[in-house]
Design a protein around this ligand. Structure first.
Ligand code: UD1
Length: 341
């Protein structure tokens, strides 16, 4: 019998790629999503790639009773991967209560229900944002956690603490916290990818929308940082590689391989690239000239961060496979697919 995994936020960007990888690894997938920032059509994309349509419930994890019903109707769920959350840094500054409610209450509901229904395993989407601007690079899992600069970042820190406190209270909960660096790209089939609403806030969707002509030019936020070319440095990780890290994390929890009740892993490539390097590689692999201009810094941006993913490599047994060239190509292929059909 297949092992059943609940994926909250499973029609979203990272969730949908994870659903694909879970199904391809032989898991049965149940998705819950309120479709607030994703489309039901994503299920068709997942089905076209894997040949299997994941089970789906349009449920808001804020609604305890609805969420409980999902666990009752899909009995035998063995683990949860929790993606459902609000994720726009800027919006979180404008609407902090929305972010605290959405991101904290959904986790509280989930943990309550998991304990009541005896589902002990949860993989949680955390972020490298918890490190702020690290003093030492690359950043390791035991590097200091910095005060969050946005409500969004704060919710990730608090959620990590909620999970740790719950697991250490003696409750039957075990967890793997995955701290993602900057996920980019799309599935190589171009059946699923990132679908930002409105003007993209993140670099790569803005690049692909500019390249296809939807936006006039990319604004590069600052070239006076203390980095080799003056632009910010990030660790850009393929969303497919990131999705695979979730499968590995699930397997680790299900097979009781972890010594600790909560484990933390950085999920990055271990390599930092500047904004200008990303632009250069994008132009090189796509052959498209990208109009851009240098503008002032964006408030709240970290100057530079990249991962030490040694722990994920050795303990989790996960490594990145996709090159930055392939990942940027996949983002471009996806953009062309959604705009031109
Ligand atoms: C942010 C969050 C991260 C979150 C992610 C996804 C922080 C520190 N990081 O990552 O936790 O998971 O968003 O929502 O809060 N850039 C431009 N022009 C643009 C857009 C971006 O130059 O039009 C630059 C930025 O200044 C930055 C880099 O590109 O240097 C990456 O930006 P972005 O894709 O927004 O991701 P982060 O801010 O790193």
């Amino acid at each position: 019998m297949q092992t059943k995994i609940l994926v909250t936020g499973g029609t979203g960007y990272i969730g949908s790629h994870t659903a694909v990888e879970l199904q391809q690894a032989g898991f049965e997938v149940v998705i819950v999503d309120n479709l607030s920032n994703s489309s039901i059509d994503v299920l068709d994309g997942i089905t076209r790639i894997t040949g299997i349509r994941p089970q789906f419930a349009q449920v808001d994890c804020l609604n305890y009773d609805d969420l409980l019903r999902v666990f009752e109707e899909h009995s035998g769920i063995k683990a949860v991967i929790h993606f459902a959350a609000s994720k726009a840094v800027g919006e979180s500054v404008q609407k902090p209560l929305l972010y605290y409610r959405n991101n904290l209450q959904t986790l509280l509901n989930l943990l309550d229900i998991m304990i009541a229904r005896q589902v002990p395993n949860i993989v949680f989407s955390s972020s490298c944002t918890v490190y702020g601007q690290p003093g030492v690079l690359p950043v390791m899992e035991n590097s200091p956690i910095q005060p969050a600069v946005s409500p969004y970042g704060n919710t990730k820190q608090i959620c990590e603490e909620i999970i740790c406190d719950t697991a250490h209270s003696g409750a039957p909960v075990k967890s793997i916290l995955l701290r993602y660096f900057n996920p980019i790209g799309a599935h190589s089939s171009a059946e699923i990818g990132e679908l930002p609403l409105g003007v993209p806030q993140n670099l790569v969707p803005f690049i692909t929308q500019t390249a296809i002509g939807l936006r006039k030019k990319l604004q590069v936020f600052g070239n006076d940082y203390n980095t080799p070319d003056g632009t910010c440095i990030r660790d850009y990780i393929s969303v497919v590689d990131l999705a695979k890290a979730h499968v590995t994390a699930c397997q680790r929890l299900l097979n009781n391989l972890s010594a600790d009740k909560v484990e933390v892993f950085n999920i990055g490539t271990g390599k930092g690239l500047s904004v200008l390097e990303i632009i250069r590689i994008f132009q090189q692999v796509t052959g498209v000239a990208l109009p851009y201009e240098i503008v002032g810094r964006r408030e709240g941006d970290t100057e530079q961060i990249w991962a030490d993913s040694h722990r994920a490599n050795t303990v989790l047994g996960w490594t990145t496979k996709e090159s930055i060239e392939d990942t940027l190509s996949s983002a471009w292929k996806w953009e062309q697919r959604i705009r031109k059909g």
